[in-house]
Design a binder for this molecule. Structure first.
Ligand code: UD1
Length: 426
């Protein structure tokens, strides 16, 4: 059944919101748990569609996987009885690509449906494959069936220099290398917080990974890993979305369960636009308080790999800058097709022009409500931020995209004073 949001815009967001576990860490850590060969319990997992989809995929593989209480997922991979991962659920999400490294490392073979996910660019997996081949795997792409097949009698450590900095390739090759014989050195790797989180989880399972969070990761392969309990980090992108929404509605919001150092690029840009961002520690956890009382000033954004401004927040940030004083220039450097939200923002009165990977956003006084549709996950977040800040009523369609990555979105926003309703369409 199709669902959409109706948003009565113009409400100032005020109060406290708590951030959920990180989607991009969770969707890598769940496949990584296969490598334990024993039961793992993952805590602070977000209830989002991507986690649900992985849970379904794992059950279909014969894995015992269940939520034990609230946000804890128990995964026991000992029942996995196939290396055939070509069913259609797999191609619905990008992160299923992590099954390549996890299954290859665990069982020495896998046949995987090519991963899908948000259409924000071509999203090749050549660097994942390059890494697996360097570790000694035979990898075939069967394009007629849309599957990739990998097999290795024995993985051997290798030195791999990635041609592009890729979160997915870094994590995927790290997964396989944990079980390779000898040392693997990965160079030109991604440094995103979720890369470090996956490495911490693997180390907790007995892996030996050093350097995650820097440009070079060194992995000493182990024959056997073991089960463990692990709590996933808070979601950097969800945090950023609430920070931006607070500023966009000229609000005053305390955002709890965050890691402020992960948010520095976003805090800096919000402050440059005139918002106040305060970091604090209430004795139990860190929080960020974002306050905005005026029309923002325009700022320029260039998306970069971590610790730069994350591409996943480019779209929500653009919605915020639509009502800034002056013209903001936004350059998308990571994905070649991440401006699909622009035509929807224009329907709300935004003045945006695009040339290749650069958007110029001429600030208008206010946006107005419209009937608009999300085209991908973060485009959906962008339209929701725009709808919250706009005058009048907005309908945001295709919210299955935001369901993939935001836990309890309407409940969290409504607790801050927003007026968002989920409507089911027959
Ligand atoms: C991950 C995140 C996504 C985020 C992105 C960039 C997950 C589940 N998703 O996606 O939310 O927007 O990082 O921070 O964590 N590339 C290649 N060859 C490859 C792999 C990537 O050319 O083999 C290119 C991509 O086309 C893209 C760039 O590298 O232009 C970065 O992509 P990558 O970091 O791999 O993104 P994902 O892991 O897909």
């Amino acid at each position: 059944m199709k669902q959409y949001y109706t948003i009565q815009g113009g409400q100032r967001l005020e109060g406290t919101v708590s951030i959920s576990g990180a989607k991009n860490a969770a969707v890598a850590i769940i496949p990584a748990a296969i490598l334990a060969g024993e039961c793992c319990v993952l805590e602070n997992l977000p209830h989002i569609q991507d986690v649900q989809s992985l849970k379904t995929i794992f059950s279909m593989l014969g894995c015992d996987v269940e939520f034990t209480r609230g946000d804890c997922l128990k995964i026991d991979p000992r029942g996995i009885n196939t290396s055939d991962v070509t069913f259609k659920e797999v191609s619905s999400m990008r992160a299923s690509s992590y099954l390549l490294g996890a299954m290859l490392g665990s069982y020495g073979e896998v046949e995987l449906a090519l991963p899908g996910g948000c259409v924000i660019g071509q999203r090749p997996i050549d660097q994942h494959i390059k890494g697996m081949r360097a570790l000694g795997a035979k990898v075939y792409m069967d394009e007629s069936r849309n599957v990739v097949r990998a097999q290795a009698t024995r993985l051997r450590g290798a030195e791999i220099f990635f041609d592009v900095v890729s979160v997915g390739a870094t994590i995927n090759v790290m997964l396989a290398a944990c079980k390779a014989e000898g040392q693997t050195i990965l160079q030109n790797v991604a440094k995103e917080p979720h890369v470090v989180d996956v490495a911490n989880f693997l180390n907790m399972m007995g892996a030996s990974i050093r350097g995650a969070g820097t440009d070079v990761i060194r992995i000493q392969g182990k024959q056997k890993l073991h089960g463990c309990n692990y709590a996933v980090i808070p979601d950097q992108i969800e945090t950023g979305t609430y920070m931006i929404a607070a500023a966009a509605t000229r609000g005053d919001v305390v955002i709890k369960n965050v890691i402020p150092t992960h948010m520095e690029a976003i805090s800096a840009k919000l402050m440059e636009s005139g918002a106040r961002v305060i970091e604090g520690d209430d004795g139990r956890e860190y929080y960020l308080r974002v306050t905005m009382n005026e029309r923002p000033r325009s700022v320029n954004i260039k998306t970069m790999v971590y610790p730069g401004f994350p591409t996943d927040l480019q779209q929500p940030m653009m919605a915020y800058l639509c009502t800034a004083q002056g013209t903001s220039v936004i350059q998308e450097n990571i994905f070649e097709n991440r401006f699909n939200h622009v035509k929807e923002l224009r329907r709300m009165g935004a003045a945006i022009s695009i040339s290749k990977r650069t958007a110029k956003v001429r600030g208008v006084e206010t946006l107005h409500g419209a009937d608009i549709s999300a085209t991908d996950l973060r485009a959906g977040a962008s339209l929701i931020v725009a709808g919250l800040a706009a005058s009048g009523s907005t309908i945001v369609r295709n919210i299955e995209y935001t369901d993939r990555g935001y836990e309890h979105l309407e409940h969290k926003f409504n607790a801050l004073g927003a007026k968002i309703e989920r409507v089911s369409q027959d």
